[in-house]
Every structure is written in C-alpha cells, then in structure tokens.
Design a protein around this ligand. Structure first.
Ligand SMILES: *Cc1c(COP(=O)(O)O)cnc(C)c1O
Length: 356
C-alpha cells in the first residue's frame, strides 16, 4: 500500500489487479507479447472480453435477456447514446435530477426527444434524493443516477415504475446487492468501481432495442455492438483487461454480498466520526448518504487548508471536495481497504483535538 487513496475517479484499484496488469503489459499469459501487442480478434483477447462480459452478468445476476458491452467514450457518451437508441423525436423520456451528472444526461437527451424532469433536488443544492414524483404514462423510460459522485447522495432503493428504468451507475456499480433486473439499461464508466478509464460497461435488456425509426450511426447502435460481441471495432483492450481482472478480484472477495458488507462498514466508520467529531459535519440528509462518496465540511473554514495539509502528511490523498460542493469528499470505492478509512478517522480525531 502506497498511500490512502480517496480519489473520486480515476481511483484506487486492487493491488492484485495492478500487479497482474503490469505483468501482462510485458508478457501476456505466456504469449511472448504484451497485451497491447496482440490482435483483439485473437483467441487470448476474445477470452478476456468474454470473461469480462460474463463476470459482469454473473455478479449482477442478470437474466438471459441482458447483454453486456464494453464501449468507449465514457459515461458521457451514454448520456446521448441512450436517448439516441430509445427515443424518436416526438417521444418523452422522464429524468430525475439529482446533480451535475443527471443534468448532463438531461441536456443530451433533449437533443433526441422531449425530456420531462419529473423531480429535482436542485433547490436544496442536491442534498437529498427526491421521493415525490409521478412518471408520465407515455414516457419511454425513466432515467436516474444511482449515486451522485459530487454531492454524496445515493438512492437506497430502486424506484418503482412501469416504464423501463435506466441508470447511470458509474460511481456505485457492483458496490452492493440490488435487483439489477429491475433496470432495463445500466451504464457505468469503469474508472470508479470496475477498472481503468477508457471503457464503459453497458448492461442492456435486448427487448427494449429496435423500437424506434431514427437511423442510428453504426458505432452508436447498441444492436450492432451486441451482434459483434462487443467488438464492432477495436475495443480498448487494456481497459477491458483491467475490468476483467477487477471483476475476477471482486468475485474472489465473495462478490456483491461480501463487498456490500465491507462497504457498509467503511461508510459507517467515517459517517460515525463525522457525526461525533465537533469540528466536522455531513453535507447531505442522513437517509440519502452515499456509501461511495462521503462529503463533509469543517466548521471553521479557515482550517480547511490546514486539514488538507495535515492529511497529506499522513499519506491521505484525494479528499479535497469537488469545486461545486466544496469541503471534503472521501471516496470509499470497493478497492479502498478499511485500514485507509481507519487512518482517515484517526486523522480527523487528532486534528480536532489539536484545534480544540
Ligand atoms: C464520473 C461520472 C460520470 C462521467 O464519466 P466519464 O467516463 O468521464 O464520461 C458520469 N456519471 C457519474 C455518476 C460519474 O460519477
């Protein structure tokens, strides 16, 4: 362990994954070539892609109707690819606005149809998840952001709706058990909980596709990616490989049941300190607190810089808050060891006593 890495993304990866990836960079599985040097349509790489696809499906316990894709362009490309594949120009899509990322998704969807923002927590600076909303019957889908990376809120349950549910799960994918089959389409940039920047996982129910008349460019058409087993063109081979290793690691840890337990413990440890330490306070309403991105502030703003410096000395990195929400943000992704949270809590206790 080098430092205590609380970065929001790209972020901490399991040591085991980094070690294996570094070896594959020189000689991939005894091929005498780097993973970067082999053709993507060769047997060894096809095996990597297929394992990455099947592990994701297995970990989420998805039904047969789902296909897993590893695409490029980040979650940001999904903001437009989703509406492009699911909306005709006269159609309506419902969105719930829980922060910066939801807003970006909303902006892109407006290019393809009518967007009905049925709830928003903007008025209170996104400090909670709105619960009062009605999904219009004619909506082609409802889009939510399950975890709000910047503000530190998270949906603790899946909203009930009759229309296909779509979720940006970039910052809490595979961090907890949930009924993933309730979501018709899930997307997540890999760089937070499932690997390196450069690929985005999409899990899609095939039956929702092919229902519109718009002509879709090939590279943006989910159906073509499915037909080509996620190799319509050259995939981001190294990023997919790292995702595969990360999913293998996760399965080895005991899968979602085990990681959820650990994630709950990590989050409880830090929130407990925030709630009891007189110097710090949480930013969002308790029942909507994120277990992945913990946001908090210091009661004496003049001490903010000093606390960051103190943390740096303790090898705690990546806790400066996002410029939009200020204060601090500690990201507790799957690969962050609980020891790092313990060190963080100790630092908060010590700093607070020193300043009392
Ligand atoms: C990081 C993040 C994104 C942006 O992902 P890119 O891969 O940079 O496009 C989108 N949504 C959420 C919830 C995120 O946390």
């Amino acid at each position: 362990m080098k430092v205590h890495n609380f970065n929001a993304g790209p972020s901490v990866l399991p040591n085991e994954v980094l070690y294996k990836a570094s070896k594959a960079l020189i000689d991939f599985d005894g091929t005498g070539m780097s993973i970067l040097e082999i053709g993507h349509r060769t047997e060894p790489f096809i095996a990597v892609m297929e394992e990455a696809r099947s592990l994701a499906k297995e970990l989420m316990q998805l039904e047969d109707d789902y296909e897993i894709l590893y695409l490029q362009g980040g979650a940001t490309t999904q903001f437009m690819q989703v509406p492009m594949n699911l909306l005709d120009s006269g159609d309506t899509a419902a969105y719930i606005d829980t922060g910066v990322w939801s807003n970006k998704a909303i902006k892109e969807a407006k290019l393809f149809g009518y967007v009905d923002v049925i709830a928003s927590s903007k008025e209170t600076n996104y400090n909670h998840i709105p619960r009062q909303f009605t999904v219009p019957q004619q909506a082609k889908y409802l889009h939510i952001t399950t975890n709000n990376t910047i503000y530190g809120t998270q949906w603790q349950s899946t909203p009930e709706t009759d229309v296909p549910l779509i979720a940006d799960m970039s910052s809490d994918i595979l961090s907890r058990q949930m009924d993933f089959n309730k979501y018709a389409l899930i997307y997540a940039g890999a760089q937070k909980n499932m690997g390196a920047a450069g690929t985005t996982m999409v899990a899609v129910r095939k039956s929702i596709l092919g229902k519109i008349t718009r002509k879709i460019p090939s590279i943006l058409d989910y159906r073509l990616h499915i037909e080509n087993a996620s190799m319509l063109n050259t995939p981001p081979v190294f990023a997919v490989y790292i995702s595969m290793l990360t999913l293998r690691w996760l399965k080895g840890q005991g899968g979602l049941a085990a990681i959820e337990k650990l994630n709950n413990k990590k989050a409880a440890l830090l929130y407990d300190e925030i709630d009891h330490n007189p110097l710090f306070r949480g930013n969002v309403v308790k029942e909507d607190r994120s277990k992945m991105n913990v946001t908090f502030t210091i009661d004496k703003p003049e001490l903010e810089e000093e606390f960051l410096k103190f943390c740096k000395k303790e090898d705690i990195v990546g806790i400066k808050g996002h410029r939009l929400s200020g204060g601090f943000r500690a990201s507790l992704y799957n690969a962050l060891p609980i020891e790092s949270v313990e060190v963080m809590v100790e630092a908060m206790k010590f700093f607070s006593l020193k300043k009392a």
